[in-house]
Design a protein around this ligand. Structure first.
Ligand SMILES: [Zn+2]
Length: 115
């Protein structure tokens, strides 16, 4: 399992942590339940980066911070034509970069197409 795709919820006080902490930042607890980060989230803010370092096979990158219904905030790539703050997004995991023949995986948030 890849730590990067899980939130860590303190077993004592329920505080959510991401990325992983070894001590709860609220109560100092040392035991956590892992929660897969998935499902629908809301776009809080976004930015577009140009001049990307080696390994990104695209001219620019759209990067955003999202919030889940449980309050967890996570950053990742956006695969969205016209990002709007407050829009609902889906969580996917995909290849974000290749470096030294290694594929790096990360969150990619995608548009929810309304029927
Ligand atoms: Zn705690």
């Amino acid at each position: 399992m890849n730590d990067r795709f899980y939130a860590y919820q303190c077993q004592i006080c329920d505080e959510l942590h991401y990325p992983r902490h070894y001590l709860c930042r609220r109560c100092g607890g040392e035991s956590f339940n892992t929660i897969l980060i998935t499902g629908e989230c809301e776009l809080l803010t976004w930015t577009r980066l140009h001049n990307l370092p080696e390994g990104f096979h695209q001219p620019y990158l759209t990067f955003g911070i999202v919030r889940y219904p449980n309050g967890l905030r996570v950053s990742g790539h956006l695969k969205v034509k016209n990002p709007q703050i407050g829009m609902k997004l889906n969580t996917t995991v995909g290849q974000i970069r290749t470096r030294d023949n290694n594929i790096e995986l990360g969150f990619i948030f995608t548009e929810i197409i309304e029927e």
